[in-house]
Design a protein. Structure first.
Lengths: 497, 250
């Protein structure tokens, strides 16, 4: 007998007892809906954590021009000579950002910004321009846009942004604000995942190519210069040049607060080409790189070190003229966390300096995966109950319909035909119930994310898995009753009353 | 040429420690187009014989040749095919699928036929069979909307569908009143006369057995009599002499 006519018979049989069919399906529906909802909540949490991790710079690598040695205990940076890294590739950077940069906070409070000596001297470009002899080897501006381009071609590298950084006075109307200017690549907003454009937009590729005088203000800078006004479309003056304000950027992450003095939001952004043109520069201060996966950071760091040494023709005995750091203070100190949180983390976690952010990321990842698995296995119980419901109904139905089986056998149905018919009934029950469950599950998941603001994520894969599991449950729990049905002897079933 | 040929057939049912000898060495030849009645009291083994003849049950020992083929050597699927193609069943309890229309009940054997018939062809043949038993106006009725006689006619139509060479009728009039019994017998006699179908009628009622052309008598699992019936009752004549029936309510 063809599957089609078998299916026809099965559907007729199911439609004869609509209430029983519907109730059996409900069991399946609830099971599938629960599994789907739980998986979506679990993987939603997973990707939320992943997002936060990325927002904190876990997959971030920064290549800085020059090579700083770790000088004193007082140095809050993690900056190790990358020559060291070069010789011991596998060694992971330690999270040594234990001390919050109190100087940075203090400097705007105690000393007027414009008189801040650190602001001038603490920067390679500034040193180069000022001819700072103290800077020595480490101060050389050695990185080029070509280096950035080459890094972009490495495997597992996601985004690359080369940057030049200065301290400037930004003037708008009567107001003046001393802040950082970042000349960055257009891909920067993709790297700074926690960014939200409160107004306007980032500059475009075209504007970067043409070195347009456009500027994006950090929220703090915007607040200082324009108050609550919308600055988009207005003009500010930097280096006595007019720049059009095209956007305002703020923090979209609870882990990152915009505050005066921070590097991200008390700052202004212009295309690096514009800075190059106006200041007649050709080098970069740093190159920021993100890896597609946070697990790749160490490998990619090594690859970058090797690549740039090659490009800069540095022989084996000589140290690097650049520094590769993964995340480091960009993540935790200046850009990453609220200061009080950084303090709490540092104060309460013994041996934190031995935990790399990568390990931390992996731990978080494992934890969220465990949670998803836990939720899914709880939900799987309801799926199991649904399956047992189907089996129960099918067994009952086989008993109830013994006579029908006998009649079919008498007119020529083979044992296999009977098996097929009952198996199809079970599969139809579970597949239709499962489909309804998918619809309900998707609905519940999306209303959870809207009402409770949990992030949920429903992937096609999880839907496919749910439907597959439903059909498998149908086959698994339907097979036994169907086999029972096919084993009924024709003569016995005809005698059955 | 014998359509059915059985030799020393025995059937023993085991129920715990007790063995019930339902058939104790039966030998019987039935020629094509014969109308044979197997008559005997209940428990005489005639129903067991019918189940074995219908390939619904296996004999404990002995040989059964159906159209010259040894049925005892066939596997389950092959037996299903024999039931589907060569044998039509008519039962005392009709054995129709409930909540299923007369038409679909009649179509049933065609669903299990390996020849791939279209739905339209199945329907055409089912309607033809229903017309042959005079039920062409009640094709969409469910069994519970039909009288006993009508249900039995649906069952006969179903038995006819694959043009079987044999119809096995097990007490076909057992649940019917006298007039509809005669009607059913008329159909069976007609099928034998016009289509040459071999009919084996199982009954406990000697009066019903008189419709057959040959009467085999059973007792205690043995054949105790086998005679041609010279005074065969003709249902068509009896119907002509009966008063018109009151309109059957469906």
């Amino acid at each position: 007998m063809t599957v089609r006519s078998s299916l026809h018979i099965s559907l007729r049989a199911l439609s004869r007892n609509k209430l029983q069919t519907a109730l059996t399906m409900v069991g399946m529906t609830i099971g599938v809906a629960t599994v789907l909802t739980m998986i979506s909540v679990g993987s939603g949490a997973e990707s939320a954590i992943e997002d936060q991790v990325k927002a904190a710079g876990m997959n971030l690598i920064v290549i800085t021009a020059g090579n700083y040695k770790v000088k004193t205990d007082d140095d809050y940076g993690v900056i190790e000579p990358s020559a060291y890294l070069y010789h011991r590739h596998r060694r992971e950077f330690m999270l040594q950002t234990a001390i919050w940069d109190s100087r940075q906070n203090a400097r705007f409070g105690l000393i007027h910004a414009e008189d801040d000596p650190l602001a001038v001297h603490d920067h390679p470009t500034a040193r180069q321009r000022l001819g700072d002899s103290e800077a020595g080897l480490g101060a050389a501006a050695t990185l080029t846009p070509g280096d950035a381009e080459a890094i972009g071609k490495l495997r597992a590298v996601q985004y690359v942004s080369g940057g030049v950084h200065q301290n400037v006075h930004v003037v708008a109307g009567g107001k003046r604000w001393f802040t950082r200017i970042h000349g960055d690549d257009v891909s920067l907003p993709r790297i700074r995942r926690a960014w939200v454009f409160t107004r306007g937009r980032f500059y475009s590729k075209g504007e970067q190519k043409d070195a347009k005088q456009v500027v994006v203000l950090g929220v703090v800078a915007s607040q200082k210069l324009f108050g609550d006004e919308n600055p988009v479309g207005k003009t500010v003056s930097i280096w006595k040049q007019n720049f059009e304000v095209i956007g305002v950027v703020g923090s979209g992450s609870w882990m990152v607060a915009a505050a005066p003095g921070d590097d991200q939001f008390d700052a202004v952004y212009v295309p690096f080409t514009t800075v190059h043109k106006l200041l007649n520069l050709s080098k970069l201060n740093d190159i920021t790189v993100t890896c597609a996966s946070s697990g790749d950071v160490t490998r990619v760091s090594t690859a970058i070190t090797n690549l740039i040494r090659l490009r800069h023709s540095i022989t084996n005995e000589k140290p690097d003229d650049f520094t590769v750091t993964s995340q480091a203070r960009k993540a935790l100190a200046t850009g990453g966390m609220r200061p009080e949180m950084a303090k709490a983390v540092v104060g309460n976690m013994a041996g934190l300096e031995r935990v790399t952010l990568e390990q931390l990321g992996k731990t978080l990842d494992r934890a969220s995966k465990t949670m998803t698995a836990l939720l899914a296995s709880i939900a799987a119980v309801s799926l199991l109950v649904g399956g047992i419901g189907i089996m129960n109904i099918m067994l009952l139905s086989v008993t109830e319909r013994t006579r029908e089986i006998g009649i079919r056998r008498a007119v020529g149905a083979r044992a296999g035909d009977v098996l097929q018919q009952f198996l199809l009934e079970a599969i139809v029950l579970s597949a239709v119930g499962g489909l309804a469950g998918v619809v309900i599950g998707v609905g519940v998941a999306s209303s959870i994310s809207q009402v409770v603001q949990w992030s949920t994520s429903i992937s096609l894969a999880s839907i496919a898995v749910s439907i597959g599991v439903a059909a498998a449950v149908g086959i698994f729990f339907g097979y036994y009753p169907a086999r029972q049905a096919s084993l009924v002897l024709p003569i016995e079933s005809l005698r059955y009353e | 040429m014998s359509v059915i040929s059985i030799r020393d057939l025995t059937k023993i049912y085991r129920m715990g420690d007790i063995s019930v000898h339902a058939l104790r060495g039966i030998s019987l030849n039935i020629r094509a187009s014969e109308f044979v009645a197997v008559v005997g009291p209940s428990g005489s083994g005639k129903s067991t014989l019918m189940h074995i003849l219908g390939c619904l049950d296996h004999p404990t020992s002995g040989q059964y040749l159906l159209d010259g083929r040894d049925v005892s050597k066939l596997n389950d699927d092959e037996l299903s095919k024999v039931r589907n193609r060569q044998i039509g069943f008519v039962f005392q309890g009709f054995n129709l699928l409930s909540r299923t229309s007369a038409l679909e009940n009649v179509e049933l054997p065609l669903l299990y036929d390996s020849g791939n018939l279209t739905a339209a062809e199945r329907k055409r043949r089912a309607l033809e069979a229903l017309a042959a038993v005079g039920l062409d106006e009640r094709t969409e009725h469910h069994p519970n909307q039909l009288s006993g006689g009508q249900q039995q006619r649906v069952a006969i139509a179903r038995a006819l569908l694959n043009a079987p060479s044999i119809i096995l009728a097990d007490e076909p009039t057992g649940n019917l009143d006298s007039r509809t019994s005669v009607e059913v017998m008329e159909i069976l006699q007609d099928l034998q006369a016009k289509r040459g179908i071999t009919i084996v009628l199982i009954t406990h009622d000697p009066q019903v057995a008189e419709y057959a052309s040959r009467i085999v008598t059973f007792k205690d699992g043995r054949i105790i009599g086998d005679r041609p019936n010279e005074r065969q009752r003709l249902a068509v004549d009896e119907l002509a002499n009966m008063p018109e029936p009151v309109e059957e309510t469906a």
